[in-house]
Design a protein around this ligand. Structure first.
Ligand code: ZN
Length: 391
């Protein structure tokens, strides 16, 4: 057995291992798996998981399903840094996993990735469908809590049970996040951003999110956790922006040698006007090219996402896309010129951007695809609604 990791934050010292806690239920389905500390400086989720497991054990709460708490980048958590060499939330690709299966670790993070991967394999082997994944994070700027998901219908349905906002499609702007990898196996996978890294309220928000997710997934019945559930609902009802879906319209990418500095005082979800001054890039002022809500403004030195701009999705769009996907309207796409199915992957479409010029990315989004630009100038679109598989 490995030594415990010991950390002190939020006025408390805790010790834990890769598996922060587990609770095996009576009926044995569903299984909820919560990650915390995939970014090592985001410790709120670890404290929250410890608190939740402590309560479960102390009160001997009876569970239907199973619940696991898994720690992320142990080495970085101990050092209280986001990551050592590479971001553990940007390396979840099949290529990387094939390399680490050969024990070819390029960095500490690849080693952590392999340990997490092995832990997941064991859980998948032990339990039956359905599986629900939660990934607990915090942000550098002040924010109320919110959820991020890939826009699959099962993810959407699960999020609708929470009274906080949900942002769709962030994975289109990121390479190799853990939850996109999980989503590709068809499981519900939610990112939860609890608040600012060092704010004690972030711990309470994570706890509230965990209790609610355990109930929504039917992992535990409401009467068993009634007081925690009600308290967590009350906490979430205090936030300014309640449940609604947002899409990402824009991301500011920080280049490798760029000196980027956000103007002070931006809060997450704050409305910004077109031509408003947002940040400094190598002493040049950056203005917003559109109006909308500013999202995840960067107030730390690490990371290359400067800020995002988001807008609210209409109920009409959400309902229409649900309907079109249910009736498999996407199968029509392959009849169009310049669009063909990938030979080995039924969920992937290869699109020639010159021929399919008239097809806007929005159409693909509506039908449940996310876009990635790949080699030889082809656009690749990946369908987000999938049948469940195990790792
Ligand atoms: Zn994070």
């Amino acid at each position: 057995m490995k030594d415990d990791i010991k950390i002190t934050s939020f006025g408390e010292t805790i010790s834990f291992q890769r598996i922060i806690g587990k609770k095996i239920g009576e009926i044995n389905s569903p299984t909820v798996i919560a990650f915390a500390g995939i970014h090592g400086n985001e410790r709120a989720g670890i404290h929250a998981l410890q608190n939740v497991f402590e309560k479960i054990n102390k009160e001997n709460l009876s569970f239907n399903g199973n619940f696991y708490g898994i720690s992320g980048n142990l080495n970085a958590i101990e050092k209280n840094i986001r990551f050592e060499s590479v971001d553990l939330n940007r390396i979840w690709t099949e290529e990387n996993l094939n390399l680490i299966k050969l024990l070819d670790y390029k960095t500490n993070e690849h080693k952590e990735q392999f340990e997490i991967y092995k832990t997941l394999k064991v859980i998948f082997k032990k339990h039956k469908w359905p599986f629900y994944f939660l990934d607990l994070h915090t942000t550098s700027s002040n924010t109320q809590p919110f959820i991020t998901i890939s826009d699959s219908l099962n993810n959407r349905e699960f999020c609708s049970e929470f009274t906080i906002p949900t942002i769709l499609g962030i994975e289109e702007f990121l390479d190799g996040p853990l939850l996109t990898f999980i989503n590709e196996y068809g499981h519900v996978a939610l990112g939860f951003e609890a608040g600012q890294h060092y704010d004690k309220l972030s711990v309470s928000n994570c706890e509230a999110f965990i209790w609610q997710a355990l109930k929504v997934s039917n992992c535990v019945s409401q009467h068993e956790i009634d007081s925690y559930y009600k308290k967590s609902k009350a906490l979430f009802s205090t936030f300014k922006i309640q449940h609604q879906f947002f899409q990402i319209d824009y991301k500011y990418n920080i280049k490798s040698n760029e000196n980027f500095k956000m103007n002070p005082g931006f809060e997450n979800f704050q409305f910004i006007n077109k031509n408003q001054e947002i940040a400094l890039s190598n002493d040049t002022k950056i203005y917003s090219d559109r109006s909308g809500k500013i999202f995840m403004p960067l107030y730390q030195s690490r990371g290359n996402d400067g800020f995002f701009i988001i807008s609210k999705l209409s109920v009409f769009w959400l309902e229409l896309s649900k309907l079109l996907r249910k009736f498999k309207f996407y199968s029509v796409l392959t009849l169009l010129p310049g669009v063909r199915k990938h030979k080995e992957n039924e969920y992937t479409l290869m699109v020639n951007p010159k021929i399919a010029k008239f097809l806007a990315t929005e159409i693909f989004h509506l039908l449940g695809y996310r876009k990635k630009i790949k080699k030889e100038n082809l656009l690749y679109f990946f369908r987000r609604d999938r049948k469940e598989r195990i790792l």
